[in-house]
Design a protein. Structure first.
Length: 136
């Protein structure tokens, strides 16, 4: 319930604009065949930017990114990642002004590493990360 309320507030006060930035970057990346993986990653993170509470982003591989993913992330940072990260910072600053906006500002800051390196990431429900305990 709380995550739904935060998601609605997030959507109205910045999430929509951030997601549109990701979608625009995704469309531009899909214009060339070689940059389609960047476009797909941008769309995936854009959907997450619309409704982030209750979900989290984790690395796809527990061993880390491969060399192709690393090179792709470096190219992404130079082309679009830095601009989207700046958008997250500029959106986070006014959110910290009110008490209700503090969780939104924190969520914005948590999106900065993903905006810089989106390849090799996957979105999962937050509950999937909770440990399960078995009674003996």
């Amino acid at each position: 319930m709380v995550s739904s309320i935060l998601n609605v507030i997030w959507l109205v006060f910045g999430g929509l604009w951030l997601a549109l930035g990701y979608f625009l970057a995704g469309i531009v990346c899909c214009l060339l065949i070689i940059t389609i993986p960047f476009g797909i990653a941008s769309f995936r993170i854009g959907v997450y930017a619309l409704w982030p509470f209750g979900r989290t982003i984790v690395d796809r591989s527990p061993r880390g990114a491969g060399p192709i993913t690393t090179v792709g992330n470096v190219i992404w940072v130079l082309v679009a990642g830095i601009w989207i990260a700046i958008g997250h910072v500029l959106t986070a600053i006014p959110m910290f002004v009110s008490i209700i906006g503090i969780p939104l500002g924190i969520a914005n800051l948590k999106l900065i590493p993903v905006s810089l390196m989106p390849l090799g990431k996957v979105i999962v429900p937050s509950r999937a990360l909770l440990p399960t305990y078995r009674h003996a």
